[in-house]
Design a protein around this ligand. Structure first.
Ligand SMILES: NC(=O)c1ccc(NCc2ccccc2N2CCOCC2)nc1
Length: 246
């Protein structure tokens, strides 16, 4: 998968994509991240990329021209058709479901706004999808782009080894994650639950599912409403609730 990022801060974006699982995915050529700086496509002597907001008011707006030229260069840099995504507070909320869909595409471009955002006419002609990583305001779209790169990059086949497999991720099955423990078995902070030391893998699977269901019920009940629970999960959640209220 190829991800192109249109950003005034290319070094920052390259560094975000160079570490950890995503950095390794790039080394393994499972993922390619390229950056395009609109300032390199500004033709005036001052390499201007922003302009005063029409109608007055505070702040500046990113100009059409440098972005249009950068996007054209980006599109022409590779043959695959590219889905252009704009990170903004006005976008649709990013979910794991959407991440999984994006991870299957051959190529996406992430347009990062700065200042007060981008001229609406550029968005209308160039952007296929607007996404928000949450209901809060950031100084630029780059952190949203970094979130998309990480969430999508780690799902590329071969990016995670079996130990980290994405299937067990929280949210992958629509539930929050179960608790995790490592040695020592006994610590001043408490003990590892005995079932995890039992070697009974069926019991361990059930315990983890029960904990995931219980935590989701306690912390994010609305996520439970989104999915039908099978008989086993309903029973485990009932068991969790009984113990909780006991
Ligand atoms: N939730 C998100 O995904 C998110 C994304 C971007 C972002 N900021 C960049 C931005 C991009 C587009 C429009 C406005 C702005 N802003 C510029 C600074 O002023 C506020 C508006 N903030 C939050």
């Amino acid at each position: 998968m190829r991800i192109d990022v249109v950003t005034l801060f290319p070094d920052f974006m390259r560094q975000c994509a160079a570490v950890g699982v995503v950095g390794r995915a790039q080394q393994r050529e499972l993922l390619q991240v390229e950056t395009w700086n609109p300032r390199d496509y500004a033709t005036d002597n001052y390499r201007t990329v922003d302009g005063r907001t029409c109608g007055g008011g505070p702040g500046m707006v990113m100009l059409i021209e440098p972005l249009r030229t950068a996007l054209k260069a980006m599109r022409e840099a590779a043959p695959e058709p590219v889905r252009v995504i704009y990170l903004s507070p006005q976008g649709a909320r990013l979910t794991q479901g959407r991440v999984e869909a994006l991870a299957k595409l051959p190529r996406i471009a992430l347009l990062c706004g700065r200042y007060e955002g981008v001229d609406e006419r550029l968005l209308a002609h160039e952007v296929d999808e607007e996404l928000s990583i949450g209901d809060y305001v950031l100084s630029g779209g780059e952190l949203g782009a970094a979130v998309v790169i990480d969430a999508v990059g780690r799902l590329q086949d071969g990016a995670l080894n079996d130990a980290q497999s994405a299937e067990q991720d929280s949210f992958s099955n629509g539930l929050l994650d179960c608790p995790h423990y490592a040695k020592p078995v006994r610590d001043a902070y408490g003990e590892v639950p005995a079932v995890l030391l039992s070697g009974d893998h069926a019991a361990i699977r059930r315990w983890r599912l029960k904990q995931a269901l219980g935590r989701t019920w306690l912390r994010r009940p609305e996520l439970l409403a989104q999915r039908a629970l099978d008989a086993e999960s309903r029973a485990l959640l009932e068991e969790f609730r009984r113990e909780y209220f006991a």
